[in-house]
Design a protein around this ligand. Structure first.
Ligand SMILES: [Zn+2]
Length: 340
């Protein structure tokens, strides 16, 4: 098969479009012909190299995949069935897995992280990870859905405990997770504010944010307070990290919950503990989500009530260019690789 692989860590130039061995059929595993694979920040971390994780090389990234079943691996689906893939990989036997808490599994992994992913013509996944998609959903849009909507759902609902009528502040509302969080918050009856670069503000507002603040200029925590009669936000959805952390914490209402799933601007963050205890704040980490949460989010997607935004579609061979675009933060929505 053709695949995009890297044999060493580095910049986008290490990505090579080349021949790679086809995945081999194995018990309990399906093989899917990839039609589309969306990019995530995780792909960039994999390519650059990580301090604590050694990836097997050469490596094929790609966590968000849609395509057609080639070998259903005993799942009962027919060959040719159109599917998208649940990107979370679990052991299936530990206590967390038996409870359905897939993302608390001690051996939890993400498709394309420690295993080969979807920057390829074929991918092997556990057959339980196949999600049939209805005829009205195209491969490009389906590939853009799973990871960001699963992440945003788990942050808002499971971790944040979102209630109707609450105020949600979404950091980087123009990013994939941000766009999903805005739409889901609105769906569940929240009042939504967001931050973004000024160039993305209008499009972020169009997704459902009442007001959009420029997170490169000014103190958005003051804007949030001003617009909520001094209260602040009940939930802050964070994934920017160092550059916005302090303002995010100061945006919280008394009893507010800050949920974070990333640190794209850097992992260092200081905290004034007086804010934490006196205002009874909760700081919550979040990573991926449960399969049943993805299925709940997918039901809204298939009904047309939420939808990933597509920034650009490029052929698989141009994966390096696609990653550069993600790295330059120019995109609005998901960048998707199309595989013919
Ligand atoms: Zn497990």
């Amino acid at each position: 098969m053709k695949a995009v692989r890297f044999h060493e860590h580095g910049g986008p130039e290490v990505l090579r479009y080349e021949d790679a061995p086809d995945p081999v059929a194995a018990p309990g595993r399906a093989i899917v012909r990839v039609r589309a694979c969306a990019l995530n920040h995780l792909d960039l971390w994999e390519r650059r190299g990580l301090d604590r994780v050694t990836l097997p090389l050469p490596h094929i990234s790609g966590s968000d995949v849609a395509g057609e079943v080639v070998d259903a691996g005993g799942s009962g689906l027919a060959a040719g069935q159109r599917v998208m893939l649940q990107p979370g990989l679990r052991c299936g036997t530990c206590d967390a897995c038996r409870r359905g808490d897939d993302n608390y599994c001690a051996r939890y992994d993400v498709l394309g992280f420690r295993s080969d992913g979807g920057y390829a013509e074929l991918v092997s996944v556990p057959s339980e990870n196949l999600i049939p998609i209805p005829a009205q959903v195209d491969f490009i849009t389906a590939a853009a859905f799973p990871l960001t909507f699963l992440t945003a759902w788990h942050m808002l609902i499971a971790r944040g405990g979102l209630q109707k009528g609450e105020v949600v502040l979404v950091l980087a509302g123009g990013s994939g997770v941000g766009q999903a969080a805005i739409q889901l918050s609105r769906h569940f009856g929240a009042r939504v504010f967001a931050t973004s670069a000024a160039s993305k503000a209008e499009r972020t507002r169009a997704l459902g944010a009442e007001q959009v603040f420029d997170h490169y200029a000014g103190d958005f925590s003051k804007d949030v307070r001003r617009l909520t009669d001094g209260r602040g936000a009940d939930i802050v959805i964070e994934h920017v990290g160092e550059a916005t952390w302090d303002r995010s914490v100061r945006s919280l209402a008394t009893g507010g919950r800050l949920v974070t799933c990333g640190a794209t601007s850097g992992p260092g963050a200081a905290l004034d503990l007086r804010h934490l205890f006196a205002r009874q704040l909760s700081l919550l980490g979040s990573y991926m989500g449960r399969f049943d949460e993805l299925k709940s989010a997918a039901a809204l997607f298939f009904d047309g009530r939420v939808k990933p935004v597509i920034d650009e579609v490029l052929p698989l061979a141009r994966a390096a260019e696609a990653q550069r675009r993600l790295e330059d933060k120019e995109q609005f929505g998901k960048i998707v690789l199309q595989v013919d």
